[in-house]
Design a protein around this ligand. Structure first.
Ligand code: F6R
Length: 241
């Protein structure tokens, strides 16, 4: 696991965008896994700028998002499909047909099976970009007694509902379930890139780097990945010494 620490969240985002752009430069038809949330927003802004400036071309890129709330249609203001359109896809020359976000409506179990099949049909994920929850979750894979494997339905924990209520009118409006890639799906990506900024992630990062590899902190699985990069700002890295 390579860990890079930057003084500011902006520099961390610059590093993450550089790494993703390098992947696409090396393989123009790369398959990239993507997160939503606050963590990737600055990185997406920089990727959009690089695309506008002609540095990186998204026309042959395929993407798979980590997760989506169960019960929210793609046009719901808090749906992750809408987030991705607004924060990245509408600002780069990607073919929207090649962007995949798990579907949280209809037969969600069947959607989960189809999502894994679509990832396999695309040749697997070259680079999986992600954030980390305060409780160490990746995707919506919450602390548990065992790691999840493939894409499936997850019950959100009170910690995650509390962290995400800022995007909704109240905690009661936060969906209780999500459809998420499993930890196994994430681990099968050929490379992984986790970004964490801010002091509220410092404890999760300390446990990820120094604690046991355990499904109690799902992100700790990345310690077993052959090609994992962690990008931090100084605040998120503050408990590592
Ligand atoms: C979102 C996702 C989540 C977030 C995590 C951190 O697609 O997969 O695991 O990365 O909850 O969220 P932020 O970045 O908002 O702190």
């Amino acid at each position: 696991m390579q860990i890079h620490v930057y003084q500011t969240p902006e520099l961390a985002a610059e590093a993450a965008a550089t790494l993703i752009a390098s992947e696409i430069l090396a393989k123009p038809n790369a398959v990239i896994g993507l997160p939503t949330g606050s963590s990737p927003v600055e990185t997406y802004r920089r990727l959009a700028r690089m695309n506008r400036d002609g540095v990186v071309d998204f026309s042959k890129v395929t993407t798979f998002n980590l997760d989506e709330y169960v019960g929210l249609k793609g046009d719901h203001p808090q749906s992750y499909r809408r987030f991705m359109n607004e924060n990245l896809f509408d600002h780069v020359n990607i073919d929207k047909e090649n962007t995949h976000v798990p579907c949280g409506i209809g037969d969600v179990e069947a959607n989960a099976v189809a999502y894994e099949e679509a990832i396999a049909a695309a040749g697997g994920i070259d680079l999986q970009f992600m954030g980390i929850g305060r409780n160490g979750h990746i995707g919506f894979n919450e602390p548990a007694d065992a790691y999840t494997d493939v894409t499936g339905i997850i019950e959100l924990t009170p910690s995650t509902i509390d962290a995400n209520k800022r995007f909704f009118d109240s905690a009661d409006d936060v969906p209780r379930k999500a459809i998420s890639m499993g930890v196994g799906t994430i681990m099968r990506a050929r490379k992984t890139l986790l970004i964490a900024t801010g002091s509220d992630k410092a404890e999760a990062i300390r446990t990820l780097v120094k604690g046991p590899v355990s499904p109690k902190l799902p992100a700790s699985a990345l310690r077993m990945h052959a090609n994992a990069v962690i990008i931090l700002d100084a605040a998120a890295a503050s408990l590592l010494d």
